[in-house]
Design a protein around this ligand. Structure first.
Ligand SMILES: Cc1ncc(COP(=O)(O)O)c(C=O)c1O
Length: 428
């Protein structure tokens, strides 16, 4: 049977089964409160299933429904993993008022394990490895990853919850609070000199080597698994089955543009693939910090001028104070969705720093550098599109992760004579 036919047959069957189960559950209770709760449940179920357009998403949605049916609606989450996803979509009032567009942001810093969108990715990587039988809890199995911090923090937290160990390699110029946090989560941390990808001691290459060394070492228990966030399918798929459908559901499919930075590229690719399959007119835009080559790749099809190419630079991979987004090579996770990216907007460090301060002063929103870049770019896009449009972006992590570096560059909040203005922020 062809794949799509199989998909429809399976969907119809499972939908019927789920609805019957819900209906039966509903008729077992007759008090008003319970019945209202089940109506809501039924409504959510239908909304969720109406968004499904591939087997993986269907499987994920049905697993969630099954869990809800088993445990009752309630508000109880299954461990730290149960606090990942379904993040709120919030309207940034100040930016919306100033532009006449609705600027909405997915509050990804509210993911409950490592407090960033990387929770989705880390869980997806671990679940995929478990499905393949590559990880055995409490056996000494260790996950190795090269990360600027967020993915490591998410992996370290979920590893604790699932009985694995985490070993994180990161550049030593990232904010110190991230490696402190990793150590408190019990991860092993190697902070290494920033190096280009051609160097075997570059943080991603080192993590791959360490995983191999672990597996080959007879003295060590368990195996080493290289998480490989830049190249693994588990990354973009987490956003394809999670972040994207959530945005569709939360906006009722009413949005004109999605804009986000890219580190591995998993977020922008996964969301673009998910949303554009339902909203072909949607504009997907990359928000890129200074020093990153992705802007040129999207705009002109070439990555860099030769002096910027990763491997030729001596120190920094990407010359920016921003952490987590911006890169000078094309990863698999970026490539997967690249053709769906319509445009790119460049953001300077100064603009990002001023925006971070603006968001606190006007909205009480305290975020890190990549979120600030997203908000500058979303505001620039709103000015380009003109009033009346709805733009969705991401708030990735809290400013608390960036106190010693990015936030150390901001002027004091409030009460200063020279308060930050939006025109200032948007100056080219
Ligand atoms: C704080 C933060 N924001 C955004 C991103 C970028 O997301 P992606 O890797 O999906 O492109 C990262 C990536 O590491 C990150 O750490």
């Amino acid at each position: 049977m062809p794949d799509h036919t199989k998909f429809y047959v399976v969907s119809a069957f499972l939908l019927g089964a789920a609805l019957t189960a819900l209906y039966q559950k509903r008729t077992q209770h007759d008090d008003r409160q319970t019945s209202e709760r089940h109506s809501k449940q039924l409504h959510q179920l239908l909304a969720k299933l109406s968004n499904v357009n591939d087997l993986d998403t269907l499987k994920k949605s049905l697993r969630e429904i099954e869990q809800r049916l088993e445990k009752g609606e309630g508000n109880i989450r299954e461990g730290v993993e149960g606090c990942i996803g379904n993040t709120p979509l919030i309207k940034i009032k100040s930016l919306s008022e100033a532009t006449g567009c609705e600027i909405l942001a997915k509050a990804e810093f509210l993911n409950g394990a490592g407090n960033s969108p990387k929770d989705r990715v880390a869980l997806s990587i671990i679940e995929m490895a478990e499905e393949k039988g590559l990880l055995v809890p409490h056996s000494g199995d260790t996950i190795y990853e090269g990360t600027v911090g967020s993915t490591g923090i998410s992996l370290a937290a979920i590893c604790r919850a699932r009985g694995y160990k985490a070993h994180i390699c990161m550049p030593n110029d990232m904010a110190i609070e991230k490696s402190d946090l990793l150590l408190k989560l019990g991860a092993e941390v190697e902070r290494v000199r920033p190096a280009p990808i051609v160097d075997q001691n570059q943080f991603v290459n080192l993590a791959r080597t360490r995983a191999k060394e672990h597996t080959e070492d007879p003295e060590k228990s368990g195996r080493g698994l290289f998480a490989d966030q830049f190249e693994t399918e588990a990354n973009w798929r987490a956003h394809f089955t999670g972040t994207g459908p959530e945005i569709y559901e939360q906006t009722g499919g009413q949005l004109d543009a999605f804009i986000s930075g890219a580190g591995t590229g998993g977020t922008i690719s996964g969301v673009a693939l998910s949303l554009k399959s339902r909203l072909p007119e949607l504009k997907v835009v990359l928000a890129d910090p200074q020093g990153s080559g992705l802007f040129n790749k999207v705009k002109y099809g070439v990555m860099f001028d030769t002096k910027e190419r990763e491997g030729t630079r001596r120190r920094h991979q990407v010359d920016t104070i921003v952490e987590g987004i911006g890169i000078n090579r094309v990863t698999h996770n970026f490539e997967v969705g690249r053709e769906l990216i319509d445009d790119a907007i460049r953001v300077t460090d100064e603009q990002a720093i001023s925006m971070a301060r603006w968001l606190v002063e006007n909205d009480g929103i305290f975020v890190g550098s990549s979120s600030a870049v997203n908000c500058v770019a979303a505001t620039k896009l709103a000015k380009q599109l003109g009033p009346g449009h709805r733009i969705v972006t991401l708030l990735c992590d809290s400013g608390a992760r960036h106190l010693s570096k990015f936030w150390a560059n901001t002027e004091p909040i409030g009460g200063t004579e020279k308060d930050v203005s939006l025109d200032n922020i948007l100056e080219p």
